[in-house]
Design a protein. Sequence first.
Length: 448
Amino acid sequence: MVLVIHMPPANHKSRAQGRARDGLVLSPMDRRIRRSWFTVERIVVAITLMIVVTAAAYGYVRFGTGRTLTVNSQNLTVSPVRYQTFHEYIPVTGHVVPRTTVYLDVIEGGQVTDVFIEEGAFVEAGQRLVRLKNSALQLQVIASEAQLTEQLNNLAATELTFEQSRLRRKRELLEIDHRLDVLARDLRQREPLLASGGVTQAAIDDLESERSYYQGLKQAVQEAQEIDAEFQATEMTRMREALDAMNANLDFARGNLDNLTVVAPISGQLTLLEAEVGQSTARGMRIGRIDQVNAFKVTAFIDEFYLSRVVVGQRASVEIVGKDYQLEIGKIYPGVVDRLFEVDLIFLDRPPEGIRRGQTVRMRLEIGAPAENLVVANGPYVDDTGGLWVFVVDRGAMRAERRSVRLGRRNPEGIEVLDGLREGEEIVTSSYEFLMDFQELQLQGRLY
């Protein structure tokens, strides 16, 4: 038997105190035995510690750097990647309106005296709808007629004066010509008697002088006649032009008087009429609306984000009562209001039966050419990840791993896959709001 003694400190006093404390008596034959560091207990502790450290390292690598979340499969939406035709379109909500609408505005204000038809009735072009009364306009017409009558009287009096003046000049010329003929005859008769002394030279000279006078007078009267004729022509032209202007004014006033009767400019349905007997209306006031029957279009507002991609001629489709109808953009209105711009879409075929003004329709507007490509379902995951990565599902292992992808064009139903996925694979397309910090999902329950 070997007695193992733990040696006290070298200090003698301390050794003595130790022996006294332990109750041991040491002899010179006793020797110190050193204990080995590698004991069974220590080896077991070291192995256990290594196992714990290894497990911790594996757990950190497995669950720390690549965090895994266990989720219920029923809380996820899984969609396959397919190779199919991708249609780039945007959903557009529009309202049905008549293709042609004419508004009834009062040209001349007045008081409503008669309403010939009820709102909602079908009318023909030219049919009377409403009649107004405007006393001031009627007095204006009467005054214009009186002015025209006065002008006609003045024109007639002027024409009479000019005609009398022309006849007077003509009579003067006739008298002068007659006197010149008499003088010429007298000269022819008396000149042969001058040599025989039957007539004096003075008498011949008097006749010559008188003939010269009348010749000059005739020339003056002719010049006056020409001046009168020119003045009369100018004056008559001016008066006739004034008369024509007054006639035009009278026609305009009578036309305004006719405008007091509102008629239908086109055939259609009177969808609005705001006129009651006794009601006063101002000039330009809108009192009605006529819509063309069986001719409709759809007006819609589109986000300005698509302004550069929407052009006239693009097609849209809409389902009404279970049947698809095709439309085409016919007009794009200028300007953007509240970040929206307006377009008109025309039905390519006959509009649906029973469609009504103001009806709301939801269309799919094609903004890109169709293309054959890998397509995956659209979903909230795209907004969560920016389309940079997705969770790819492995049904056999019941897990989903995070993978980087590159996505392209999108529509409300699907998204083009440019890189990172293969046909037949499945991805999680529901919200990633609570999955952003995980690299892998462990799926529990049945996966649909």
